[in-house]
Write a protein that binds this ligand. Structure first.
Ligand code: CMP
Length: 137
């Protein structure tokens, strides 16, 4: 079993499709090991996206990720990282395949509805950033 971090981003939370996205993960065989809705501070979002600091989209990304609550999800299944990336679709929703989360709920490159860890190293860092051991069951 492998775990990955999913984030339902502020545009999707605002659209009131949190439950629909959670259902897409469950229907695809993921178990929800941890779940919480939070309002990120600029420091928390900036730290999370540290690897993108200095890139042209960084400020817009941090502003967007703090524009409203997000839902943090610890997802578990076999091959969770790769399977979640497949289910989410391409980062840019315009390029995402039909039926993927970003195709259905993404609005733009920045407001692409969901985040998913992109490697085992990222998953470990990102899950540890947002969840403690008592919160992933
Ligand atoms: P996410 O999976 O959360 O990881 C980093 C985010 O930065 C990504 O989703 C996009 O929302 C955003 N991003 C990455 N590349 C670009 C880009 N070229 N233009 C705008 N936003 C981007």
């Amino acid at each position: 079993m492998e775990r990955t971090l999913g984030i339902i981003k502020p545009n999707a939370v605002r659209k009131n499709v949190t439950g629909k996205i959670l259902a897409m993960w469950e229907d695809a065989g993921f178990r929800i090991a941890g779940l919480k809705k939070v309002q990120l501070t600029k420091a928390a979002a900036g730290g999370f996206y540290k690897e993108h600091e200095g890139k042209f989209f960084y400020e817009e990304l941090v502003n967007f990720m703090t524009s409203g609550p997000v839902v943090l999800v610890a997802l578990e299944r076999e091959n969770a990282i790769a399977e979640n990336r497949r289910l989410m679709g391409a980062t840019n929703p315009e390029k995402a395949d039909a039926g993927t989360i970003r195709k259905v709920y993404g609005d733009s490159y920045t407001e692409n509805s969901v985040h998913g860890s992109d490697s085992p190293e990222s998953a470990a860092r990102e899950l540890g950033y947002f969840f403690n051991v008592f919160e992933t069951l």
